[in-house]
Design a protein around this ligand. Sequence first.
Ligand SMILES: [Zn+2]
Ligand SMILES: [Zn+2]
Ligand SMILES: [Zn+2]
Length: 279
Amino acid sequence: MDFKAGQFGKIGENMVAFELSKRGWIVFLPPYDERVDILAMKFICAKCGSPWDNTHTIHCINANCKNYVIIEKTSIKKAKKCRKCGGIFTRNDVSSQSNTCPVCKTNTLEEFPICNLCNSPVAVKENMCKNPQCNSTEYKIIFRSVQVKSTHLVDEGRNLGFNFKYQDLLNDDRHFFVVYLRDEENCVEKHRYWVMNENDFKEIKNIETASFKIYQNDRGHYDPSSLDKFKYMEEETCELKKELEEAKDNKDYDKINELRNKLKEKDTFLKFDEKCIKD
Ligand SMILES: [Zn+2]
Ligand SMILES: [Zn+2]
Ligand SMILES: [Zn+2]
């Protein structure tokens, strides 16, 4: 398939957006050509920074109950509570048709779901921090902006060619550059990514040149090995994730930490999750 240059750039933006979605980011692509190709947002715990679970979860409010973390809908018992005296009555005490309180005799009963194990009230879960040691009920939203540089191989396939423009450089540690290459290997389509934050960018690029600052035509040819530490290593990431699941099953916390650190080196998209000054 042949793509026009403009379409090729859009493919890169969509592929990068997809990779971010896989890592829990909610992505937005501006419909017009802006300085930013992708805006990504994420809900995190305001207290510990762990991912925040946005699913609607119901639980039993009794901390000693087995249904405290989550209660299945089938385990919720229908009951009624009196608005006047506060009495709670199961279906054995009052029928579903009646709203008359058996104690104070007023018509002030309302539906009140309770736990089938301990009869405690059930509620929408508010602590949704994925860190089991954290009790926070507050989340916050963080943002990242992304400039995608679609590239292709130059110099007989030895180097990556792409150009940076001065306006690509936002003075913000939440801004990222992702270099994208669509490639083929034995007729199989491959997507390759190099993920850089603002400081990484300044490391590979002298931003003080006239061609960068004034003329906007600073096309660079980059030896891929010079970008290795920014490269997303898909196969290694996959292997490490399997090992991580195993370590989690075994509750091997040292191993979990070790694997998480290794994962950060191989899955360079995890850079997006690192804490930024303006978060
Ligand atoms: Zn937390
Ligand atoms: Zn009552
Ligand atoms: Zn319970």
